[in-house]
Ligand binder design. Structure first.
Ligand code: GLU
Ligand code: ZN
Length: 303
C-alpha cells in the first residue's frame, strides 16, 4: 500500500481528562487531515510514566469517539515503543551527536545562564565526560546554525538552539526517553506528513527539526494553534483550557472548539456530531484561525 500524501495525528498525554485546549488541537488536526482526504492517527504519549494517570488513556479515547473523531489505525502507545527510541539514540551516539551527562539541575543552575526553557547547559560533561559506569542522561549536541521553518499558522519561525536552548536531554537519567526524541521518532516511523498541535510546542519544533536533520528524517509540515480570543473578546487562558470537556453534550464542545479556531459558523440545523463533521470537513479553513501576529514573537526575556 502506498502511503497517503497527508497523514496527521493527535498525540495526547494521558495525564488527565481531555480538556478544552486538547479538544481544540484534536478538532484542528482531525479537520485538517480529513479536508486533505488524509489519514488521522492517535498516539498516546505516555513515555513519561511518572506523569500518567490511571484511566486517562481510556477516558481520552472514549471522549474522542464521543466527539465523532475516529482514527484510521489502532492508537499506539509510546510506552511500548522504547526499542524504536533506543535505536535512534544509538544512531545519535554512533554519529557523535549525543553525549552522557551526570549533572544535577542544581549544579547546572549554579553555573549556567537562563535560556528560553530553563538553563542553557554549559557543556560540562561534553568537556569532561563522566566515568563510564556512572548512571547518566544523554544530551543531544546542538549545532550553531539558525533553525528555520514556516509554520502554517505562525508563519516564519527561527531559533538558534545553541544560543537559546543549549544541548538538551534526549534520555533522562531515570531512563525515560525525553518527549523531544520520542516525538521525532514516532512522527517518522508513523509517516506523519503534518503536525497540527498547540502553540505551547512551537518552540519545541526547532529541537525536533535538529533531531530530524541528524537522523536523516524528513521534516513534516507544522501548524501550531495559538491561544485565541473568545468571541466575547476575552483571552482564553490556560485556566479556561483546563476545563474538562463535557461529553454528555459533545456537539456543544465541538461547536465551541470550532469557534475557538475562528471557523465559519455552523448552520443551526446541525444536530449531531456526525452531521457536524459532514458539514465541517469541507468548510475547514486553517487561514481563518485568528492569530495575533505579535504573539508569535512572544518569547522569554532572554531572547
Ligand atoms: N503529548 C503532547 C501534549 O499532550 C503533544 C505532543 C505533540 O503533539 O507533539 O501536549
Ligand atoms: Zn553534565
Amino acid at each position: 500500500m502506498s502511503s497517503p500524501v497527508y497523514r496527521g495525528r493527535f498525540a495526547p498525554s494521558p495525564t488527565g481528562a481531555l480538556h478544552f485546549g486538547s479538544l481544540a488541537a484534536a478538532v484542528a488536526s482531525y479537520a485538517d487531515a480529513r479536508s486533505h482526504s488524509g489519514e488521522w492517527l492517535i498516539r498516546i504519549e505516555d513515555v513519561d510514566e511518572t506523569r500518567n494517570k490511571a484511566g486517562a488513556e481510556q477516558a481520552i479515547l472514549s471522549d474522542l469517539r464521543a466527539f465523532g473523531m475516529s482514527p484510521d489505525q489502532e492508537p499506539v502507545r509510546q510506552s511500548e515503543r522504547g526499542h524504536l527510541y533506543q535505536e535512534a539514540l544509538d544512531r545519535l551516539i554512533r554519529s557523535g551527536a549525543a553525549y552522557r551527562c551526570t549533572c544535577s539541575r542544581k549544579a547546572i543552575s549554579a553555573i549556567a545562564r537562563p535560556g528560553c526553557e530553563g538553563f542553557i547547559y554549559p557543556g560540562t560533561c561534553l568537556n569532561t565526560p563522566p566515568p563510564p559506569d556512572a548512571t547518566a542522561a544523554w544530551r543531544f549536541k546542538v549545532g550553531g546554525e539558525l533553525i528555520r521553518f514556516r509554520d502554517r499558522i505562525a508563519g516564519e519561525v527561527k531559533q538558534n538552539l545553541a544560543d537559546e536552548i543549549g544541548d538538551f536531554v534526549i534520555r533522562r537519567i531515570d531512563g525515560y526517553f525525553a518527549y523531544q526524541l520520542a516525538v521525532v521518532v514516532d512522527d517518522q516511523v508513523q509517516g506523519i506528513s503534518d503536525v497540527v498541535r498547540g502553540a505551547d510546542l512551537l518552540w519545541s519544533t526547532p529541537r525536533q527539526i535538529a533531531l530530524q536533520g541528524q537522523l536523516d528524517y524528513p521534516t513534516p509540515r507544522y501548524a501550531h494553534i495559538p491561544l485565541v480570543m473568545g468571541r466575547d473578546g476575552h483571552k482564553l487562558s490556560k485556566r479556561d483550557n483546563a476545563y474538562p470537556v463535557d461529553t454528555a453534550d459533545p456537539l456543544s464542545g465541538l461547536l465551541a472548539a470550532w469557534q475557538h479556531l475562528g471557523q465559519e459558523d455552523a448552520p443551526a440545523s446541525i444536530g449531531s456530531c456526525e452531521a457536524f463533521w459532514f458539514w465541517a470537513v469541507p468548510h475547514w479553513n486553517i487561514n481563518r484561525i485568528p492569530h495575533d501576529r505579535n504573539r508569535r514573537h512572544e518569547q522569554p526575556e532572554s531572547l
